[in-house]
Design a protein around this ligand. Structure first.
Ligand code: HEM
Ligand SMILES: *[C@@H]1O[C@H](CO)[C@@H](O)[C@H](O)[C@H]1NC(C)=O
Length: 222
């Protein structure tokens, strides 16, 4: 019985590898796409929860939280937290799922903290500063392997031509670079083009936080 099931498993394995289900020679980008995972991340023992996106160790983890009172195409604060490997010198997040015509949050390490820069791009060129979105930093730090920043944005939920859906699917996008930002202390600094980009679509459900908990959490942010 055992011998038979072993033989069957081996046959099954051969069949799967033959049909390409196991370790097929896919392009690296496709492989990365399959490994992307979205989930619900909560600070332990709290109802501070985030819609988490994670693509593997070379790409930052992106976490988004909103108050549960949020309504579609309305102005509400949004929290973005990223944890990035130190190999990345700037990380961008798009609230509308593409490079152009939506608020971009661009972040880079600065000493032991981080700079958060509000940007907008009308074309696929250096994005300009965007004053309709403002940010307050909840936390920022750096160690030998990672840098992280958590920021609360006022103005990232609604923009000219679009906004976040409170109930439906939203598409987000990201970009990363390995070229250092020339003036890390200056939120208006120029920076070079990304070395990798990606996008994902999810409802905000996993990142909905009771309004009072959300407000208390961002209260001390500057
Ligand atoms: C110097 C700054 C930048 C330049 C010159 C630039 C240029 C470009 C170009 C030429 C493309 C199309 C080709 C490609 O996919 O590589 C592109 C795509 C993209 N860029 Fe940028 N970019 C810059 C900054 C940013 C920033 C800050 C973000 C923030 C999230 C971003 C997000 C994206 C995304 C998501 C795509 C793919 C989707 C799309 O085309 O909309 N870029 N960029
Ligand atoms: C480094 O910082 C990141 C982001 O805060 C954290 O997740 C990680 O555990 C830290 N690593 C060490 C060794 O302290």
């Amino acid at each position: 019985m055992h011998a038979l099931s072993n033989i069957l498993s081996i046959l099954l394995l051969l069949l799967l590898s033959g049909s390409g289900v196991v370790a097929s020679p896919a392009a690296a980008a496709d492989l990365d796409k399959r490994q992307a995972v979205t989930s619900k991340y909560c600070k332990s023992g709290t109802s501070m929860c985030y819609l988490e996106y994670s693509w593997g160790p070379t790409i930052p983890v992106f976490r988004v939280a909103v108050p549960d009172s949020a309504t579609t195409n309305a102005g509400f604060d949004t929290i973005l937290q990223i944890v990035s490997p130190v190999s990345l010198t700037w990380v961008g997040f798009s609230w509308g799922g593409g490079m152009t015509l939506n608020p971009l949050t661009v972040m880079w390490p600065n000493g032991n903290g981080a700079t958060v820069s509000s940007r907008w791009a009308n074309g696929r060129i250096q994005p300009t500063t965007y004053s309709s979105a403002t940010y307050r930093t909840v936390a920022a730090s750096r160690n030998s392997t990672h840098w992280m920043v958590e920021t609360v944005c006022t103005g990232c939920s609604k923009w000219s031509g679009g906004g976040l859906s409170a109930t439906g699917v939203n598409t987000f996008a990201w970009a990363v670079s390995k070229t250092p930002v020339p003036q890390p202390g200056n939120a208006a600094s120029s920076f070079s083009i990304h070395s990798n980009v990606g996008m994902y679509s999810e409802p905000l459900t996993n990142g909905k936080v009771p309004k009072a908990v959300f407000d208390a959490y961002v209260k001390g942010a500057k």
